[in-house]
Design a binder for this molecule. Structure first.
Ligand code: C2E
Ligand code: MG
Ligand code: MG
Ligand code: MG
Length: 284
């Protein structure tokens, strides 16, 4: 970058940048240690059926409990894990943990699908499909109870390869979803070709639903298109009852957001499950 700005640029040597580089290096070092020291935890955020009000699944979201810095959000360390390649063992661990947990809940009578995020680097791994198959076999989880989320941008980075990988994953029997839908650049034609089951409407559209009529129109259009393509829709970032009402009225199948619950530890999620099931009216 410094080079592009011309020869008299000493940007690289300013103390400020040196500090930034040092901080990144420190974070990288503690990221590696964190993995060994078991500082990562998988949280689960419920996904709720808009018709029955039932919890039908959850998204697995990684958390880092740093011994000194406290909770570090994934937005701060996932990109670094991605750059350093640590995302590969980390992503593998999240997948395994999430599958184990879903299988544990299944044995307790809760048939819930767990959604796990895949980053670009993970998606590009040559042995991705084999690794996932192995995790499913080892955890005994029904492949139908695993959902893999990739963002639109990851899907579009190499469409030909994406098609191959997604088809192979579909053959395993797992569900596939397009995350942060509406923020990337997938063309409508590629969307109809991709063997995905679900689109997740990005929370930026949901959160401005009332304030910006254009975003309301976009959400309506996505729901309409998804229905015609027979895709399942999850709306993320639902915080207000009015948002939920808007979505339910327009036949959005599933909602995920703080209105129902924040991401929870496995233990808290299980308590919520037991409470929520007890509160629901029994089927006749
Ligand atoms: P994402 O996959 O789009 O996940 C949804 C994010 O929205 C989560 O943020 C969740 O906590 C947040 N969220 C859910 N409901 C609401 C709401 O009502 N209001 C607001 N303001 N936010 C809500 P989180 O957990 O901080 O994760 C951020 C991103 O980090 C994720 O976005 C995903 O891209 C990435 N990420 C998280 N865990 C993993 C992981 O295990 N592997 C990979 N590769 N990426 C992950
Ligand atoms: Mg996601
Ligand atoms: Mg998302
Ligand atoms: Mg995201």
């Amino acid at each position: 970058k410094a080079k592009q700005r011309g020869r008299n640029c000493y940007e690289m040597f300013t103390p400020q940048l040196a500090t930034q580089a040092q901080e990144t290096l420190q974070l990288e070092t503690s990221l590696r240690k964190a993995f060994v020291n078991h500082e990562f935890v998988v949280y689960y955020q419920p996904q709720v059926d808009t018709v029955t009000g039932q919890i039908i699944g959850m998204e697995a979201l990684i958390r880092w409990h740093h011994p000194e810095l406290g909770m570090i959000p994934p937005s701060e360390f996932i990109p670094l894990a991605e750059e350093t390649g640590l995302i590969i063992p980390l992503g593998d661990w999240v997948l395994r943990t999430a599958c184990q947990q879903a299988q544990l809940w299944y044995k307790k009578g809760h048939r819930l699908r767990v959604a796990v995020n895949l980053s670009l680097r993970q998606f590009q791994q040559a042995n991705l499909v084999e690794d996932i198959e192995k995790i499913l076999t080892e955890t005994h989880l029904d492949p139908q109870l695993l959902e893999l989320e990739i963002t639109e941008s990851v899907a579009m980075s190499d469409l030909a390869r994406t098609m191959q990988v997604l088809q192979a994953l579909k053959r395993l029997g797992v569900h596939l979803s397009l995350d942060d839908f509406g923020t990337g650049y997938s063309s409508l034609s590629s969307l109809s070709l991709l063997p995905v089951d679900t689109v997740k409407i990005d929370k930026s559209f949901i959160q401005t639903l009332q304030a910006d009529p254009r975003n309301a129109a976009i959400v309506e259009t996505i729901l309409h298109m998804a229905r015609n393509l027979q895709l399942h829709v999850v709306a993320e970032g639902v915080e207000e009852p009015q948002q939920q009402q808007f979505l339910t009225e327009r036949h959005c199948h599933t909602v995920q957001g703080y209105l129902f619950s924040k991401p929870l530890t496995a233990q808290d999620f299980e308590s919520l499950l037991v409470q929520a099931n007890a509160a629901l009216p029994r089927a006749a």
